[in-house]
Design a protein around this ligand. Structure first.
Ligand code: ATP
Ligand code: MG
Length: 443
């Protein structure tokens, strides 16, 4: 039953005049009582197949004439060059077999445009019928882009000898603040779903020195925004002996590598999404500027934005800042009061921490948060006390400082956010197959 030729091969290769067997799904059909044009789809593309009653016989002709969209079929025929048809080739059909029919009792608008029309401006319909929406060309394109983004992150870190390392998903404490913790019952106790791999990566930093992961993180984000999921894919790295500058260089490196990988692997998909390849090329080639938090606040105040020193910068403010840049830019040195305990104080001025956020342009905003970590036991206890956080849940973390602590740092990159920004999606849920937010855990 194995499949030995894909539609993409037929459209791009040298198969003219060859007899082939194509396996796929019916995307569209039209025609008369004598001839049917079937657009066949597989994961690599589409091709028009021309079935004549004379050539395939009455029984096969009737079966394809009545086959509903998304029926799975095996079609044999001869490849023919046809400049007028999409992709430049068509298949002259010699036989058709319906493998998995679509139940006519469940009439369903499953073409892309019908799905959109039925959606009527509400995305709930598309989300409820996600398994069908995944088959549309837009979603298929997004999923291919996504795969290349994951691949690029792995290759960036592996080429630099980082070790891929896994942390538990059930944890005892918060990384990013208690308000977005998911609590789960755990055999009579309470546990939480992890918000980040970081603390457990720091525990392995003295063993591996250069670590990374791509894993889900969970945050109970109550407000539904275009940039937040409750379960998202988090690419995180941790590196020993590194300064904030060095960690930023890796953040910049990985984002540029993602952009150049998309250009080389997915230019067709980028164009299908209406993306400007020159713009993506700029993200791959141009150095990312850096700006201190204080300067950002001044710029915002200069633009009449209501913001005071010490506030974290939310999306509305990030969006305004990104308007002055045409590539991603870093914001560094946030006030200590705006950041959690693990951010290292700036030894030259203890009002600040040695951290960074990377803001994507085109009004997108934060895609990376990172920095140097508080690494001495003394400092970490002081930071926890300042924050009013009990050290109990973090004892293993504090211990790592007591046994040969060293300066180190790392960052977290929101993979879905990067996919969303680079593909020009309106909403983060467009780039993940089964999005999770405060209202939805199904299907
Ligand atoms: P934001 O302020 O936008 O909520 P954050 O400061 O909470 O982000 P970090 O804790 O620094 O984010 O997490 C690192 C990265 O993970 C972020 O830069 C972002 O790209 C991504 N991220 C964080 N929360 C989410 C989420 N709920 N959904 C998708 N991606 C997220
Ligand atoms: Mg957040």
């Amino acid at each position: 039953m194995a499949k030995d030729i894909w539609i993409g091969d037929v459209q791009n290769g040298d198969h003219d005049g060859a007899e082939v067997e194509l396996k796929g799904w019916v995307k569209r059909t039209r025609g008369s009582n004598k001839i049917r044009f079937v657009v066949l789809r597989d994961s690599t593309g589409t091709i028009q197949c021309v079935a004549k009653r004379d050539a395939v016989g009455d029984e096969q002709f009737e079966s394809i004439a009545s086959a509903l969209i998304e029926s799975s079929v095996i079609i044999k025929g001869t490849v023919n060059v046809d400049e007028r048809s999409d992709g430049g080739h068509e298949l002259i059909v010699s036989s058709i077999e319906i493998i998995g029919p679509v139940d006519p009792e469940r009439p369903f608008p499953i073409t892309e445009s019908a799905m959109k029309a039925a959606d009527g401006g509400e995305t709930e319909f598309l989300l409820d019928n996600r398994h069908l929406y995944l088959r549309t060309s837009r979603m298929t394109t997004m999923l291919k882009m996504r795969s290349s983004v994951f691949g690029a992150i792995h290759s960036y870190f592996r080429d630099l000898d980082f070790i891929e390392y896994q942390a538990p998903n059930f944890v005892a404490g918060a990384v990013e603040g208690g308000s977005t913790l998911f609590e789960v019952p755990y055999f009579g106790r309470k546990a939480y779903l992890t918000q980040s791999w970081q603390l457990y990566a720091e525990a392995a930093m003295p063993a591996l020195e250069r670590l990374y992961t791509i894993a889900p993180s969970f945050r109970a984000e109550k407000s539904r925004t275009r940039r937040h999921l409750t379960e998202f894919w988090h690419a995180e790295m941790e590196i020993a002996w590194a300064t904030n500058e060095e960690v930023m260089a890796h953040g910049e490196g990985v984002v540029r590598h993602i952009a150049s990988t998309l250009l080389s692997e997915r230019s067709t998909e980028l164009e299908a999404l209406g993306r400007d390849l020159e713009l993506i090329g700029r993200y791959a080639d141009t150095p990312f500027p850096r700006m201190r938090y204080d300067e950002a606040v001044e710029i915002l105040q200069g633009k009449g934005v209501d913001v005071s020193w010490g506030q974290d910068l939310d999306y509305s403010k990030e969006k305004i800042l990104t308007q002055d840049f045409d590539v991603p830019h870093f914001l560094t040195h946030y006030p200590k009061i705006a950041k959690p305990f693990y951010h290292r104080e700036d030894p030259t001025d203890d009002k600040y921490v040695l951290c960074h956020d990377l803001l994507a342009p085109e009004g997108y905003g934060e895609i990376i948060g990172g920095g140097e970590r508080t690494w001495s036991e003394e400092e970490i206890l002081a930071r926890l006390a300042e924050e009013g956080t009990s050290p109990e849940a973090y004892q293993f973390y504090i211990d790592t400082r007591s046994y040969g602590g060293v300066p180190h740092g790392g960052f977290g990159l929101g993979v879905d956010r990067v996919c969303s920004w680079l593909s020009g999606a309106d909403h983060i849920r467009e780039v993940i197959p089964f999005p999770r937010d405060s209202r939805r855990v199904t299907p």
